[in-house]
Design a protein around this ligand. Structure first.
Ligand SMILES: Cc1cc2nc3c(=O)[nH]c(=O)nc-3n(C[C@H](O)[C@H](O)[C@H](O)COP(=O)(O)OP(=O)(O)OC[C@H]3O[C@@H](n4cnc5c(N)ncnc54)[C@H](O)[C@@H]3O)c2cc1C
Length: 467
């Protein structure tokens, strides 16, 4: 009897899962998830994501068991665990959905080599992205450095067919199920569980979010930049853990004609772009993509860094985003761009500090997306924001939160400030501050730096560094 293993990683779903569908073609199937120390406890581990992972795995396990094959849990190095499991159940093939980060690719190579020694084949599938990153290249076969031409090629690139959801599975007998680590073991506390729960972990609720996103896609271009409305899809954790399929979402969007659906589909191209960038530049995880900015002298200022992390910079737009991140494990994209620009340009603090803080808290924290976007915002990455175009957080707030809905939600001490002074409360006359019940310097921090002076200093530093 033929037996295949399906090795789940961040593709925690039954629907449109090509690795699962391929493994299910064997007569017997063994689904497995292997807990590794790195993601669970390593440099970028996150209690929020661990909570999301455990909840999504529970649901995946239930679905697989109902179909006939229980999910097996193993802990340790997959290059050891998978060959051992293959020997136990007599599997000839292990199916995975290919990942593209440096860690994932080197792990895949090690696992493939270990399996090969045991006469077992590792078979990769394209279940993570909309289009296969390795196939999207310039006409002369080089990786794209700029998003717009990448996007054009991406729209034209071939798509795989959606994979059928397996209904009835048969498993080999006598293979121990194993156990996931306990919540305490991976630092999951009540707050992390609440955040994962509110983000709707698990395939069923992720699919509900996806359906809602498709229904409302027509409005996306109008609402996407308004954090106060909070009507973006919130699918990023689901896309990170693969509780929904990017391809399935993209197919639905491609069948719609509205500008909103087009704009949303374009954001999925950004996701594939950053996966493509990290795939071709694995060194980006440690250093700047743009060589000119390697070795740049950033400011060592632990107090300002901590104020930024806590949402106590004295700039409401920045503090709102940073407090939303701590509370929800998520932040609106418009504000992510602003807080990253503020840290790296106004405070001149190393983008790696911001990247690490985001990775610690974001439910959607994803090396490819986070690193790509941080390097973009710090003007050191692929196709970056030019260093002389620095977001002004006061103007951003006035433009994207004119009624102050977002800022009042996250910085409640400013709730009674009049709209006209809400973006720069330090400039409000003292009687306005007293009237609003919030005096800057007493009830809300003074700004850490002068926005104009720090902007000029940043431009000059970046210009000198660029040479
Ligand atoms: C400094 C910084 C760090 C970021 N870190 C991450 C991260 O770790 N993980 C992550 O998934 N996204 C990251 N993003 C991108 C973006 O902010 C989030 O994907 C988005 O806010 C998620 O909310 P949503 O699902 O409601 O997005 P929507 O606006 O509804 O977009 C739908 C989907 O499109 C994709 N998408 C949207 N914007 C981007 C973008 N700028 N880059 C790549 N894909 C995008 C996401 O998969 C998202 O879920 C980062 C952005 C910045 C500026």
């Amino acid at each position: 009897m033929s037996t295949s293993i399906v090795w789940f990683r961040r593709d925690l779903r039954l629907a449109d899962n090509p690795a699962l569908a391929a493994a299910a073609r064997a007569e017997r199937i063994l689904p497995v998830f292997c807990f590794e120390d790195g993601p669970l406890r390593g440099r970028h581990h996150s209690p929020n994501r661990n909570a999301y992972l455990l909840a999504s795995l529970r649901e995946l396990g239930d679905g697989l068991r109902a179909a006939g094959a229980a999910l097996r849990y193993r802990s340790g190095d997959p290059a050891v665990e998978l060959p051992r499991l293959a020997a136990e159940c007599g599997a000839e093939e292990v199916h995975v959905n290919r990942d593209h980060t440096a860690h994932a690719r080197s792990r895949e190579r090690r696992v493939a080599a270990a399996l090969e020694e045991a006469g077992v084949k590792l078979v990769g599938h394209g279940g993570l992205t909309c289009a296969e990153p390795a196939r999207i290249t310039t006409a002369d076969g080089h990786p794209f450095r700029v998003f717009t031409p990448f996007h054009r090629a991406w729209l034209e690139a071939e798509r795989r067919d959606p994979a059928p959801r397996p209904r009835s599975l048969e498993e080999p007998a006598g293979i121990a199920v194993g156990r996931p680590p306990s919540e305490a073991d991976v630092a999951v506390d009540a707050a992390a569980k609440r955040r994962a729960e509110e983000a709707k972990a698990g395939e069923r609720r992720s699919r509900e979010l996806m359906r809602r996103a498709i229904e409302r896609a027509g409005d996306y271009d109008r609402i996407r930049d308004l954090p106060g409305r909070d009507e973006t899809t919130r699918l990023s954790p689901a896309l990170h853990f693969g509780t929904v399929s990017a391809l399935e979402l993209e197919r639905e969007l491609a069948s719609k004609r509205s500008d909103g659906a087009k704009a949303l589909r374009r954001q999925l191209a950004w996701r594939d772009f950053w996966l493509n960038v990290i795939r071709n530049n694995p060194g980006n995880r440690n250093e700047e993509y743009d060589e000119r900015f390697r070795g740049m002298s950033w400011r060592d200022d632990p107090e300002s860094l901590e104020a930024w992390r806590r949402g106590r910079t004295g700039v409401p737009w920045i503090d709102s985003g940073m407090r939303q991140l701590l509370e929800e494990g998520w932040m609106h994209n418009r504000v992510r761009m602003a807080v990253a620009s503020y840290l790296t340009k106004n405070l001149l603090i190393d983008w790696r500090e911001g990247e690490a803080h985001f990775m610690r808290h974001l439910l959607d924290g994803d090396e490819s997306q986070n690193n790509g976007n941080w390097q973009w915002a710090a003007s050191v990455g692929a196709d970056p924001q030019p260093y002389f175009r620095i977001f002004n957080p006061v103007r951003q707030q006035e433009r994207f939160d004119p009624g102050g809905e977002y800022v009042r939600r996250w910085v409640p001490e400013l709730r009674r400030f009049p709209d006209g002074h809400l973006a720069a409360p330090w400039e409000a006359p003292e009687e306005v501050q007293r009237e609003a019940g919030c005096v800057v310097g007493e009830d809300y921090p003074e700004p850490l730096v002068d926005l104009r002076d720090s902007r000029e200093e940043a431009i000059s530093r970046f210009r000198d560094q660029a040479g």
